[in-house]
Design a protein around this ligand. Structure first.
Ligand SMILES: [Zn+2]
Length: 115
């Protein structure tokens, strides 16, 4: 994949992520609770798990956004498509599936195992 294509795809992904962040923030129960009348204590449990879910989803899209932004920086620096750990080219198929990938499959799974 050439960098112009990669950049266009990454920018498209970033746009989608930004929209998801806005939607998730809009759905944030704690923000809604601030405007709502005092809650029924019976609902507290539901609201809490809803908040947790939204927070988890927000954290996930924000992590994804960081990966996409890092990939755009790598395009600027000319290191896009090279593994951040072993510096070998990342296979085309992997970049196709995950244009924001910073590592080859081998290095990424090593890294995931460490965490
Ligand atoms: Zn690697």
């Amino acid at each position: 994949m050439d960098t112009a294509t990669a950049r266009a795809r990454l920018e498209e992904i970033r746009g989608q992520i930004d929209r998801s962040i806005l939607v998730l923030q809009g759905e944030h129960p704690s923000r809604r609770a601030a405007v709502d009348s005092p809650q029924d204590p019976a609902d507290a449990g539901t609201t809490l798990s809803e908040t947790d879910r939204t927070e988890a989803a927000l954290a996930a899209v924000q992590t994804q956004r960081r990966l996409v932004m890092d990939a755009l920086v790598r395009i600027e620096r000319g290191s896009y498509g090279l593994c951040a750990d072993c510096a070998k080219p990342i296979p085309e198929g992997r970049l196709d599936a995950r244009p924001e990938a910073a590592r080859c499959v081998a290095c990424q799974s090593k890294r995931d195992r460490r965490h």
